[in-house]
Design a protein around this ligand. Sequence first.
Ligand SMILES: *Cc1c(COP(=O)(O)O)cnc(C)c1O
Length: 229
Amino acid sequence: METIAERLKSAQRTLQAASQKANRAPNSVQLLAVSKTKPVSDIMLAYENGQRLFGENYVQEGVEKIQSLQQVNDIEWHFIGPLQSNKTKPVAEHFDWVQTIDRVKIADRLNAQRSPFKPLNVLIQVNINDEDAKSGIAPDEINVMAEHIAGLKNLRLRGLMTIPAAAQCKQQLDDTFAAMQLLFQQLCTQHQSVDTLSMGMSADMESAIIHGSTMVRLGTAVFGERNKR
Ligand SMILES: *Cc1c(COP(=O)(O)O)cnc(C)c1O
């Protein structure tokens, strides 16, 4: 069985190779280790091997882990799950980033509940394949949402995030990522704070990196198969 240290190293190698193939600078793509369902001890193993960015999907599970790792003060915590409006407060109080903003109401609540001393970094989630059951806003709603967030003083708009539809063939997935890249480039020209395109997971990180991803979110590739919740 592979260890977390070995998996992390091999994920980093894949990431670097894809960056090189795409003629991107060596450190232009960040690795977010998605630790949902995994114990704090697994997070610490990754941390000891140099990993600093961690992503959690569930509010209570995430906050518990953040609190039990409070003494480790250089971890950057990303909330990457769906967020209900009655659960924004603990997220605003404990996380460094929220990647799944898709409603004005959620942005407003996070802004109101965030400390003014340290802005919360946020990404707008885009439903790029127009799926009925998927979170995220339509591409033509990005500008209005971005303008709104830019006016909230305790949030900092950093860019876009997407989860593409499952079961796309390679060509469809490439087209999907290319469409996101274009939307990201447009947003960059309008907002100076925008520098992050979060796309690509364990199975499709190479294509995402070819199409300009600046942050891949890797669960299985780093921690192995997920545990049951
Ligand atoms: C679980 C999850 C991931 C990681 O998925 P893997 O396929 O295990 O790499 C990435 N992004 C989001 C939003 C997730 O919920």
